[in-house]
Design a protein around this ligand. Structure first.
Ligand code: HPA
Length: 262
């Protein structure tokens, strides 16, 4: 892969549903199709070929995934996290992950940004399951500081200084693809989650296993708590709400990269 790009990325970026536009801001972009990378999963969705895009974003050398994989699509946990291993192998030190999520916290509204401070894995599978390859990471990785505290502080400072509504929260990952029942949203709230979604946790587990720093952010597409206020939510609703907030996410990520790049 290094022979196919002159860039040496230090930051990897995985973009969530409706948040892929950031890839278009990458300068001097050089891309490699997923198909050309041995063992890389290939997108099942027609017209979404998928590629790794190398280049400069806000002065930092980055590699971004244009096209992301979800467990509900049928990939194994190992397949869908393979890109994290590849990005580590090409030299990244930091992984930035975004996603669309539902709020189960009454104080967190649609359109808000939630910087993840922790997660709860309810996907009932784990990308590290199976024989451990010690070259990639330890058998029992610690998860105490999974979400880099210094980057959380930086994100909060940037949001506050620019009047962007943001929170720190706990993300709970479910398999999907259905959204949750009211009883399930209530349960997510009670176990201590702030936002709920169908991605991110596998990639974060692998990133930590690989010794990467992690910054993750949810864009809230629907507020699903308290349950008396829940409205039906379609995928189009999710994409629309996320689209309205995408510029704020882009601003925060670019501001962080400006500090990281220098
Ligand atoms: N639940 C799960 N995943 C989601 C949601 C939700 O309410 N909104 C966006 N992704």
């Amino acid at each position: 892969m290094r022979s196919k790009t002159t860039h040496q990325p230090r930051v990897g970026i995985i973009l969530g549903s409706g948040l892929g536009g950031l890839v278009n801001d990458i300068e001097s972009a050089q891309s490699i199709d997923y198909e050309a990378i041995p063992h890389f999963p290939v997108s099942t969705v027609k017209g979404h070929a998928g590629k790794l895009v190398f280049g400069k974003l806000a002065g930092a050398d980055v590699v971004a995934m244009a096209g992301r994989f979800h467990y509900y699509e049928g990939y194994t946990m190992q397949q869908l996290t393979f890109p994290v291993r590849v990005m580590k192998a090409v030299g990244i030190e930091l992984l930035i992950v975004s996603n669309a999520a539902g709020s189960v916290n009454d104080g967190i509204e649609a359109g808000d940004l939630v910087f993840l401070r922790d997660h709860i894995n309810l996907q009932a599978d784990n990308p590290l399951r199976g024989p451990n390859d010690e070259r990639l990471g330890v058998r029992f990785p610690d998860m105490l500081y999974a979400y880099d505290p210094a980057l959380l502080d930086l994100a909060s400072q940037i949001a506050q200084a620019n009047g962007i509504r943001s929170h720190r929260g706990v993300y709970v990952a479910l398999q999907g693809p259905n959204l949750e029942t009211p009883a399930e949203y209530e349960f997510m709230h009670r176990i201590g989650a702030d936002v709920v979604g169908m991605s991110t946790v596998p990639e974060v587990i692998v990133a930590r296993n690989a010794g990467l720093r992690v910054f993750a952010v949810s864009v809230v597409s629907n507020k699903s708590y308290p349950i008396s206020t829940i409205k039906e939510t379609s995928h189009e609703d999710v994409l629309e709400a996320v689209g309205l907030a995408a510029a704020r996410l882009t601003f925060v990520v670019k501001s962080m990269l400006k500090r990281f790049g220098n």
